[in-house]
Design a protein around this ligand. Sequence first.
Ligand code: AMP
Ligand code: MG
Length: 486
Amino acid sequence: MPSLSELVFDNRFARLGDAFSTQVMPEPIADPRLVIASPSAMALLDLDPSETDSPVFAQLFAGHKLWSSAEPRAMVYSGHQFGQYNPRLGDGRGLLLGEVVNRRGEYWDLHLKGAGETPYSRMGDGRAVLRSSIREFLASEYLHALGIPTSRALCVTGSSTPVWRERQETAAMLLRLAPSHVRFGHFEYFYYTQQHERLRELGEHVLACHFPACRDQAQAYAAFFRQVVERNAELIAYWQAYGFCHGVMNSDNMSILGITFDFGPYAFLDDFDAQHICNHSDDSGRYRFSNQVPIAHWNLGALAQALTPLVPVETLRETLGLFLPLYQAHYLDLMRRRLGLTQADEGDEALVERLLQLMQGSAIDYSRFFRRLGETTADNAVRALREDFVDLAGFDAWAAEYCARVSAEGGSQAERQTRMHAVNPKYLLRNYLAQEAISAAEQGDYGPVRELHAVLSRPFDEQPGFERYAQRPPEWGKHLEISCSS
Ligand code: AMP
Ligand code: MG
């Protein structure tokens, strides 16, 4: 295994030059301490988990030390925020340290979030607080454990550096990993500033580094856009099937790789509520749960606009038209799996829709419902779940149809349970669990956040002794207000 100090860098994005990013050194945070690290994210860089024992680990990820071959850069991008075009965003509080090549030849961007001011900081202080860094860490690693495409989090380092938000907090840094940090907003920036040669350079970089299969096609950029549409259709299907609300689906927070990216005030649904708005600052509900599908489509339209110098408009329009049917097919596939069904049926869409309506009307805990549905035979499970529903006649009608589907498919209950438990997590990252762990960490006790992360890294497995993490949330825990301020 290479040691931490021996990582191999090959900084392809930095070589695009100053039109694409600006060299900036990280500003260290005081008294760095390791809050939490992810062994499985470390493995992506071939790092042994014991590396965290070295004091150098926290120093590197708190901006005190730097690899000699790293080249920290703040990337420039723009984007549509809450529907309005903002001509200049960029890495205001994060730096791309460089690209590490692992033993399998995979490239991983090392992005240090909270690394201090950059030319793109605008009015901000360039910092990230401990609270939001822990939240991003937990969500990245949990989504990964669920099998949902996402950026990864290597570690969070805390500090004694004070930071002002609604109250005084302390600064932290999060080391984020992703194969690429290129967002829809990168393309928008070069399109709207009419730097179409740069737009093409960015396109070439992205094709060469991340979409090599598209590069060989006759219409390489059209093929690239189609990939972005396909990947995002699949991603959003996962979010909807697993009750994940992103909270700030601005086009600068959308990855061209179709991975969950730039976590803010996200939430996993507790009680099913299609209208749930997880971002306290989202007054109009633009990014409410049920709007994530049309918003993703809208954002892809914003990217398509930026690609008009590279791809014929008609092709872009046709490709955009694929999003909804692709999304719907993925979504139904995931929901069938969550329901333990193995065969497609023309009634599936209605079966799923009807269930969600019943859940909505009865404040049913979304995640627990599916886990409990697989715990025993379909007949017994619906009998046990029935009492939570308000519309009993409605639920009975749904349950009869569902049980008929299950028995028509045949198979044993043991198989059904194994299949369902492999896709329906027992443990959910709930806002209140994250909040409890954050409160402890703010007092210097990192035990709870480490335990929560460990449990959530195996969300489908029974973990005796950790039932607390599988319970319904207390009433106060369902109504925590999370804002954009982080
Ligand atoms: P976000 O809401 O984290 O996606 O950030 C939107 C934009 O604001 C990005 O350009 C960020 O880099 C910038 N930004 C957010 N918070 C800060 C901060 N504390 N200091 C500087 N820039 C920030
Ligand atoms: Mg962002």
